[in-house]
Design a protein around this ligand. Sequence first.
Ligand SMILES: Nc1ncnc2c1ncn2[C@@H]1O[C@H](COP(=O)(O)OP(=O)(O)O)[C@@H](O)[C@H]1O
Ligand SMILES: [Mg+2]
Length: 262
Amino acid sequence: MASVLIQANAKINLDFKILGKRPDGFHQIESTFQSIDLSDFLLFEKSKKTQITGGIVCPEFQNIIFKAKGVLEKDLKKKLPCKIHLQKSIPIASGLGGGSADAAATLFGLNLLYNLKLSKKDLAKIGVKIGADVPFFFYGGTCKVEGIGEKVTLIKQKLPKFFLIFRPHKRLETKKMYELYDKTGKNFLALVREICPEIEKLEKYFSKFGLKPKLSGSGPTMFCGVGNYELAKKVSENYPNFNGDIFICRPQKEGMKILTIK
Ligand SMILES: Nc1ncnc2c1ncn2[C@@H]1O[C@H](COP(=O)(O)OP(=O)(O)O)[C@@H](O)[C@H]1O
Ligand SMILES: [Mg+2]
């Protein structure tokens, strides 16, 4: 292939529990992950020189896309030079899994670009070395995720038509949130309430509509399932002075999609 365009979907956590910590420091979790139609787009093109353009998330060498490519090259003992253009829409460090979605899309895109013939299972095994929640994105839809993130099981669950998503403008890195959890024993919601006063305001506001928002992952994004668009619109339009982003999303059946392949 000469070029591949991938849509990488964000996730929310319909539920989330930390079960414990392994001797190697990784946390064991039990969670239901759900793909949503809030997406980054990644274009991969064969090229002699490797270059990442587009959304500047952080210095190039710190971008998880770069890390994913490096891990794959090391695993295969093969260079995979290419240009990668990232169109970033998933808010960063917000509990929506944007970095992991990009990492998974990179492995998936390079697999196609270089005809590496790796299966979903192979990709998931490589993915977990980049980030514990990366394997989910190769499956997508609604999945039970266990272990440190490597055990992914597709499940059937009745889903609301829409998810109303409020993301306060505060970046919370997952790594730091786990460190705080280890230090205090407080769950992510309790911690995020302390760090981000907007959360309690949001919870009160949602309750006026009979809605109970949940935290996605390590936060600070809060979301709620809503059955009809009118209600989602009403709730999203009437919150006074929200310092953040509001999305109305639909559940998706895939973690990523091939848009074009040439
Ligand atoms: N392509 C990327 N997209 C998003 N974040 C990235 C990317 N590459 C590196 N990062 C870094 O990863 C961190 C965010 O990841 P994480 O803490 O797991 O949050 P989340 O999964 O909610 O996006 C930030 O420090 C960010 O700079
Ligand atoms: Mg993450």
